[in-house]
Design a protein around this ligand. Structure first.
Ligand code: SF4
Ligand code: SF4
Length: 397
C-alpha cells in the first residue's frame, strides 16, 4: 500500500480507503438489527483491507447499518496477541454526520456515532453533505452545529474536522475559504473534472483531499462499455481512473466501497509508487488519457461537446443542463449508456444530493442558448437524453 499525508491533519492515509456503504443488507432496516451475513461480509472485507494496508475505514451516520457494523466487527480484527487498544491505534476511522439543526442535535449525533462504532474518539470527522446554501447556513449557525463539533474536539471526542459535499463549485470554494476545515471529501475523477479548482484551493490550504465514489458515481467503471475497455488498454477503466486521480499529488485517498475481496484486489494494481513518472508525458497513464481525451475532442469538432462550464445556468425550470449534457458526452463519446441510465434516473429523487428536474421539463424558452460558449442546441440535446434514458418508475400498489 502507498500512504499519503492527509494535509494538515498529519494523518498518514492509505491511497485506497475502505468505504463502508455497500455491505450485504447494509441499508436494510431496522438499522440496529445486524444480521450475521452483514457482519460476516463486513468482517471478511475489513480484515482483508487491513491485511493489504487499507487501514482507513470510512462510514457515515446515514449509511444504514454501517457505523454499527463497524462497531461490532473492528474489535475482532486484532492480529494474534494484539490488544484492542493496539488494534485501535492501527485503524483510522472517518465518519460523517449531516449539519444538524441545533447544538444539542449535533452533540447527540456525535455521541451516537461513538457508541455505535464502539470507539472513544473519531479520528476524522466530516460534516456530511454541505450541498447548498441552506446546509452551509445551518453548519455555521452561531452556537449550533459547528460549535458542537468544536466542543467535542476540545474534549478529545473528535481529532480532525473536514466536510463532504455534492454541491456546486462556487459553494465548495466558499466552504474551503471559511478555513473551518482540515480536509474535504468531494467528487473529482476523469469523467468529472469540474471540481479541479476546489482540489487546487484545498491543496493551497494544505487540506486533506478525499475523493468520493470514483468508481460508482465516477462512471460505474466496474461495469464498463466495450469501447471504454478498448480505450483504456492496457489498463482497466477502473485502474485508469484510480491512476488518473492519484497522479495528482493534491489528492490523498480514494473511497472504495468494496464488499468483496476481489473488488479490493482489482484496485491494488492501480497503486503506482512513482506518481511523477505516472504524470509525465509518454507514461502508460498519459497515453491512455490522450486516447480518452481524443473522444472529447472529436465531439467538440463536431459541435457536440458540453464542456460543463455551467454558463448556461440558471434554468427557470431547474434543469441541471451541464449534468444532463455531460451524460450526453459520456453516451456519444464512450458508449456509457448503462451508467447514464443509472445516473439520469436518479434526478428528482435525491434532493440536494443530486439536484435538478428531468430534461423533459424544458419549455424551450431559449434563455440558456446565448450563454452557451459552445453554441449547443441545448433543448434538443436535453430531449434526446431524456428520450433515450428515462425509465418511468413502476408504481407500487
Ligand atoms: S431552453 Fe430549456 S433548458 Fe434552456 S433555460 Fe429554457 S427551460 Fe431551461
Ligand atoms: S453553457 Fe454550454 S457548454 Fe457550458 S455547461 Fe451549458 S451547455 Fe454545456
Amino acid at each position: 500500500m502507498l500512504y499519503r499525508r492527509f494535509g494538515k491533519t498529519e494523518l498518514n492515509l492509505p491511497v485506497l480507503t475502505l468505504g463502508g456503504m455497500r455491505y450485504t443488507k447494509g441499508w436494510d432496516g431496522p438499522h440496529d438489527v445486524l444480521p450475521d451475513e452483514t457482519l460476516e461480509n463486513a468482517y471478511d472485507v475489513a480484515s482483508y483491507a487491513l491485511e493489504v494496508g487499507m487501514n482507513h475505514f470510512e462510514t457515515a451516520r446515514d449509511y444504514g447499518r454501517s457505523e454499527r457494523v463497524y462497531g461490532k466487527i473492528w474489535p475482532r480484527l486484532a492480529a494474534a496477541g494484539e490488544t484492542k487498544s493496539e488494534l485501535r491505534q492501527r485503524i483510522i476511522f472517518t465518519t460523517k454526520i449531516p449539519p444538524m439543526p441545533s447544538y444539542d442535535h449535533m452533540r447527540q449525533a456525535i455521541e451516537d456515532s461513538l457508541e455505535r462504532m464502539d470507539i472513544d474518539t473519531i479520528d476524522n470527522f466530516d460534516i456530511h453533505g454541505i450541498n447548498n446554501e441552506e446546509k452551509f447556513e445551518r453548519t455555521f449557525q452561531k452556537g449550533g452545529c459547528l460549535k458542537a463539533v468544536q466542543d467535542a474536539m476540545n474534549e478529545g471526542l473528535i481529532q480532525h474536522l473536514g466536510f463532504s459535499t455534492h454541491g456546486p463549485l462556487p459553494l465548495i470554494l466558499k466552504i474551503i475559504e471559511s478555513d473551518a476545515f482540515e480536509s474535504i471529501n468531494l467528487h473529482y475523477y476523469y469523467f468529472f473534472q469540474r471540481n479541479w479548482p476546489a482540489v487546487q484551493l484545498a491543496a493551497e490550504k494544505d487540506m486533506g483531499v478525499f475523493i468520493i465514489s470514483p468508481n460508482d458515481k465516477g462512471g460505474q467503471l466496474f461495469n464498463p462499455s466495450e469501447q471504454l475497455v478498448q480505450l483504456a488498454q492496457p489498463l482497466s477503466p477502473m485502474n485508469f481512473n484510480d491512476r488518473f486521480c492519484l497522479s495528482h499529488p493534491e489528492i490523498h485517498t480514494l473511497s472504495l466501497g468494496a464488499n468483496t475481496r476481489e473488488q479490493i484486489d482489482s484496485h491494488l494494481s492501480s497503486i503506482v509508487a512513482d506518481i511523477q513518472e505516472d504524470a509525465s508525458p509518454g507514461s502508460e497513464l498519459k497515453t491512455v488519457q490522450q486516447r480518452m481525451d481524443q473522444q472529447s475532442e472529436r465531439l467538440q469538432q463536431s459541435g457536440q461537446l458540453c464542456t460543463v462550464c455551467h454558463d448556461c445556468l440558471p434554468c427557470p425550470e431547474n434543469i441541471n443542463i451541464p449534468e444532463v449534457l455531460r451524460f450526453r458526452n459520456l453516451w456519444k463519446g464512450y458508449n456509457m449508456q448503462q451508467f447514464v441510465t443509472y445516473r439520469y434516473n436518479m434526478l428528482e429523487a435525491h434532493g440536494d444530493w443530486f439536484p435538478g428536474q428531468f430534461a423533459d421539463k424544458c419549455t424551450e424558452c431559449g434563455d440558456c442558448l446565448p450563454r452557451c460558449p459552445e453554441k449547443l442546441p441545448i433543448p434538443s440535446f436535453l430531449f434526446e437524453v431524456h428520450n433515450q434514458f428515462y425509465k418511468p418508475k413502476k408504481k407500487s400498489h
